[in-house]
Write a protein that binds this ligand. Structure first.
Ligand code: C2O
Ligand code: CU
Ligand code: CU
Length: 475
């Protein structure tokens, strides 16, 4: 039943091999109270919202008494929840305290390429990088993470990531849960594996090189199996898949129906009912969960890697238990959410991207249009103001969540079929399954720069670091 659930969610017809069982280690479930990232609204200075972020080595207790070396941003693992409003002028003061070059990228934001924090905005050890830009997003759940050339996987694995929450008037006018820590919760989902000393070295074996780093310990904001006690009958979960290489098939143990209200770039047109959904590395979703019956709801994730079609599941760990303190009637969900206009008409190029594996077996390379990433090669340029169609074809036997900087795009079709309702909104990361062709529509507006490129890449960080990435400029 486990395989067929995932197969259904993925739209796969055949899953060949039995489940890959991995040993559980000493860090098992705790049942400790859920802890959210600390809310950080920055400070207002000369009309700008300023955030001070320092990445530095930390020691984090994933379990009481077990000290693990990490990297944190203003804390020991991950970062604060940055809260900003649409239209804010932002200034990010990023201090590199990790002792080696790093970058910090604002995933999902539309902004000038020089402020993007990709591999070309390297921050030297001890230096401060202070990009300033307008926050052009709609209300939604965005994030930030390390993006150092060939070190993205290692830096994120150690903890260099956090969530940026954007609010706006359109969202504020809707009857949705939005009280932080009461009915609105942010969950960064990750998995890690720990060695006998409680450390989580970034040490890849052959399987990790192919499928991405995966762990056997499920983490929510750096916690294992927390319990969230709530009074509210209807709660909102903002979930980020912050894993290096793991896909999460989210569902509740009792198969209750929940509703997705937002995708990567903001609200959908209407709540989408579901009993399960796949969140790929890099993707975000916002969900409403009705706990008005007073019964505990166990959020679970079926975890699997990019090689899903070949190897099967790696487990179905408990993510978090939601424990209502009482039963009470839930408000009705709004029938309509945001205005999401149809995808804009194309005015520019039709570009094709072929995802492929070259070489033999476990030593294979991942390529886009036959090429590995080259830090000094601009793969193509896009004219400012163009609306283009980008069509991705995956000829590998693996899943690839493809992410494009600078834009929130729209999904036109999957293998010629219209996207599922939860994929009709704004997206910056899209899962491309084996043998799939996915067409996107993207508009490139506002920012041109002949020198600084934007990246597009697989968000399995080990695929990105291995070269499944390209770069374009907008001119
Ligand atoms: Cu979330 Cu180029 O990254
Ligand atoms: Cu990004
Ligand atoms: Cu990939």
């Amino acid at each position: 039943p486990r395989l067929s659930r995932r197969a259904t969610l993925l739209g796969l017809t055949a899953l060949a091999a039995p489940a890959l069982i991995r040993p559980r280690n000493a860090l098992a479930a705790t049942g400790s109270p859920f802890v959210q990232p600390r809310l950080n609204e920055g400070r207002i200075e000369d009309g700008r919202r300023v955030f001070d972020l320092t990445a530095a080595p930390g020691v984090h207790e994933f379990r009481p008494g077990i000290a693990t070396d990490t990297i944190g941003i203003n804390t020991t693992f991950l970062g604060p929840l940055l809260a900003a409003r649409a239209g804010d002028r932002l200034r990010m003061n990023v201090t590199n305290g990790i002792g080696e070059p790093m970058t910090l990228h604002w995933h999902g934001l539309h902004l000038p390429a020089a402020a993007d924090g990709g591999p070309h905005q390297e921050i030297a050890p001890g230096a401060v990088w202070s990009p300033e830009f307008d926050l052009m997003q709609k209300a939604g759940t965005f994030w930030f993470h390390g993006h150092q050339h060939e070190k993205t996987g290692a830096h994120v694995w150690a903890g260099m990531a956090g969530v940026l929450r954007v609010t706006d008037d359109e969202e504020a006018a809707l009857p949705l849960p939005r009280t932080y820590g009461e009915d609105d919760f942010t969950l960064v989902l990750q998995d890690r594996r720990f060695d006998a000393n409680g450390q989580m070295p970034y040490a890849m074996n052959m399987h990790d090189r192919m499928a991405g780093m995966q762990g056997d310990v499920m983490l929510v904001n750096g916690q294992t199996s927390p319990v969230l006690a709530v009074d509210a009958p209807l709660i909102r979960l903002r979930i980020l898949n912050g894993a290096n290489g793991t896909f999460y098939g989210l569902h509740f143990a009792d198969n209750r129906t929940f509703h997705q209200i937002a995708s990567d770039g903001g609200l959908l047109t209407a709540p989408v009912p579901m009993q399960g959904t796949i969140l790929s590395p890099g993707e975000r979703g916002e969900y409403l969960v009705d706990v008005s019956d007073g019964a505990a709801a166990m959020l679970r994730a079926e975890t699997f890697g990019a090689e899903v079609a070949m190897m099967g599941t790696t487990g179905t760990p408990d993510v978090m238990e939601i424990r209502p303190r009482s039963a009470r009637p839930a408000p009705t969900l709004p029938a309509r959410l945001a205005d999401v206009p149809p995808p804009p008409d194309a005015t520019g190029e039709d570009r094709r991207f072929d995802l492929a594996m070259t070489g033999m077996g476990m030593m294979g390379d991942f390529t886009i249009n036959g090429r590995r990433f080259d830090h000094s090669r601009i793969d193509f340029t896009v004219p400012l103001g163009a609306t283009e169609t980008w069509t991705w074809t995956n000829t590998t036997p693996m899943l690839h969540p493809m992410h494009i900087h600078d834009v929130q795009f729209r999904i036109l079709s999957r293998n010629g079929q219209p996207p599922a309702p939860q994929e009709t909104g704004l997206k910056d990361t899209v899962l491309i399954r084996p043998q799939e062709t996915v067409a996107l529509r993207l508009s490139f507006a506002d920012y041109a720069d002949p020198i600084h490129p934007y990246m597009y890449h697989c968000h399995i960080l080990e695929h990105e670091d291995a070269g499944m990435m390209g770069q374009f400029t907008v001119v």
